[in-house]
Design a protein around this ligand. Structure first.
Ligand code: SF4
Length: 500
């Protein structure tokens, strides 16, 4: 049987800051520097702690990090390689929830104090956020046990690491460290084996794959910059990744210089936007999902024959705005059954409805029931407007909800289909939470949970799922099973501008 969690501080001042704050864990001091950490690490095996937390102060490397900010390492690097520390992610969410400024990223472990500006700049260029002296040796000594490295920044980028004892920033950082104790222990107490039930299908759909492919291909083939109107898909990771490749995201066309290349997002645009893009002599590449485009065609068809068109969708969503723009004077937005109940139409005999592609099927069914009762002759598209990817992911999350203590949905808050997955899981009786990535996992969701259901919205990259599984694996191990309710083989062709 393992011993209690171990919290390791290097300096006496760090030890003093944490003393009395880590109830339930053993607090020890290893001494400053790599050599002392290596010597102390030799005793770690005899103690056999259930988890190891390496906590203290450090120097900042990233210019965006300020004195008193916290860096939770997702990776510790020494001169010879790197060690992943995925299991520490729930600590990030817990500390953010307490109001701390927290960054998650690599910590570089040096064998000497790094107070030379050129050396700090060189380390910062590798992507490391902070530099310390002991973590690599201690992580190695932890020998695969659940381990977290948490550093409070004393001196921001290009400051002097040796300044701890001489500037108020040192006292400030130690004050922050003092307040971290309970969260460190809460994280260490998460350690237990778990089962992860993956929903299948999950993550990218064919429309999202196509949209990302379009931007990436445009970046290779067309003169830069490549502008993208609105988020290409509603996911912060996808947008950040494409920005890093050179894409420029804008809200409206007036931010795009004449004669440049513009990509329309997967959610589609109104005819007015297309007309304006043509007037501005923009080279347009249309990443509208073909299934969204199909809804536009239906809305146009119904409106052109004189019907009042009811659009069931969410106000302010990019897709809804685009569809409304097909016939603004004829299309009426209803968001739910209550809206449908209150809807007043001049001619109730000539009515049709279309839907946003990412609605929850149950909610939409309630709204359609009301519309059918109030307008018995109402028509609709021959095929369902809620797309195959939305439907499959909702069925899959239903399938895992019943056997999960908590369901984690990966996706951004502005992602309609991801939000719907949370709602469907909750309606199926599960606790469910939406997170952008593993750093959103809150310890209180995981505490006591033996079975974690896991899925991802159609706009969330698959690697985020792997990272959550990796996080859970690192805090006690996981058995992974998958419940697949549908096999998706759909692929869409690329527009001619980027095909071939
Ligand atoms: S969720 Fe559906 S409509 Fe939206 S991009 Fe994916 S396939 Fe297309």
């Amino acid at each position: 049987m393992s011993g209690p969690p171990l919290v390791i501080a290097a300096l006496r001042s760090e030890y003093t800051a944490l003393a009395g704050q880590v109830s339930g864990a053993e607090l020890v001091r290893c001494g400053m520097g790599a050599a002392r950490a290596i010597r102390w690490g030799e005793q770690l095996g005899q103690r056999d702690p259930s988890a190891v937390v390496i906590a203290g102060v450090a120097g900042g490397l990233d210019p965006a990090i300020r004195s008193g900010d916290i860096v939770v390492a997702d990776e510790v690097r020494d001169a010879h390689g790197r060690t992943l520390l995925r299991g520490a992610a729930p600590l990030v969410a817990a500390l953010r929830a307490q109001g701390f400024r927290v960054h998650s990223g690599p910590v570089h472990c040096s064998e000497h104090i790094v107070d030379d500006r050129a050396e700090r700049e060189r380390l910062a260029a590798t992507g490391a956020l902070a530099v310390d002296l002991e973590s690599a040796a201690l992580v190695r000594a932890a020998d695969g046990r659940p381990t977290a490295v948490v550093r409070v920044i004393v001196d921001p980028a290009y400051g002097r690491l040796a300044s701890l004892r001489t500037v108020p920033a040192g006292a400030w950082a130690l004050g922050v460290l003092h307040n971290l104790g309970p969260a460190l222990v809460q994280w260490a107490e998460l350690v237990r084996p778990r089962k992860v039930v993956l929903a299948g299908p999950r993550s990218f759909c064919a429309g999202v794959d196509r949209a990302i492919d379009i931007v990436e291909t445009a970046l290779q083939r067309f003169p830069r910059p490549i502008y993208v109107r609105r988020q290409i898909v509603h996911n912060a990771h996808v947008v950040r990744d494409l920005e890093a490749q050179g894409a420029v995201f804008v809200d409206e066309l007036d931010e795009v210089p004449d004669g440049t290349t513009l990509v329309f997002s997967a959610h589609g645009v109104s005819p007015a936007v297309r007309t304006e893009a043509a007037r501005r002599d923009l080279t347009v590449i249309d990443a509208t999902c073909p299934l969204v485009a199909k809804v536009h065609v239906e809305a146009r068809r119904f409106a052109s024959r004189g019907d009042a068109v009811v659009l069931i969708g969410h106000e302010g969503h990019d897709e809804t705005e685009g569809t409304m723009g097909e016939a603004p004077e004829r299309i009426h937005l209803v968001q739910n059954a209550a809206d449908a109940e209150a809807l007043e139409l001049r001619d109730g005999d000539r009515v049709a409805y279309v839907m946003q592609t990412t609605l929850a099927a149950d909610d939409a069914a309630d709204t359609i029931d009301v519309l059918r009762r109030r307008f018995p002759g109402i028509e609709s598209s021959a095929s369902d407007d809620i797309c195959y990817a939305t439907t499959n992911r909702q069925h899959a999350v239903q399938a895992i909800a019943a056997e999960s203590d908590v369901v984690v949905v990966l996706g951004s808050t502005n992602s309609s289909n991801s939000q719907r997955l949370v709602e469907v899981a909750e309606r199926s009786g599960a606790r469910a939470h939406l997170v952008d990535d593993a750093t959103g996992l809150r310890p209180e969701w995981l505490a006591g949970a033996s079975t974690i259901g896991l899925t991802a919205g159609a706009s969330a990259p698959p690697h985020l799922v792997d990272e959550v599984v990796g996080t859970l694996r690192a805090i006690g191990g996981v058995e992974v099973v998958e419940r697949t309710v549908a096999d998706e083989k759909i692929m869409f062709t690329l527009p001619k501008e980027v095909a071939g």
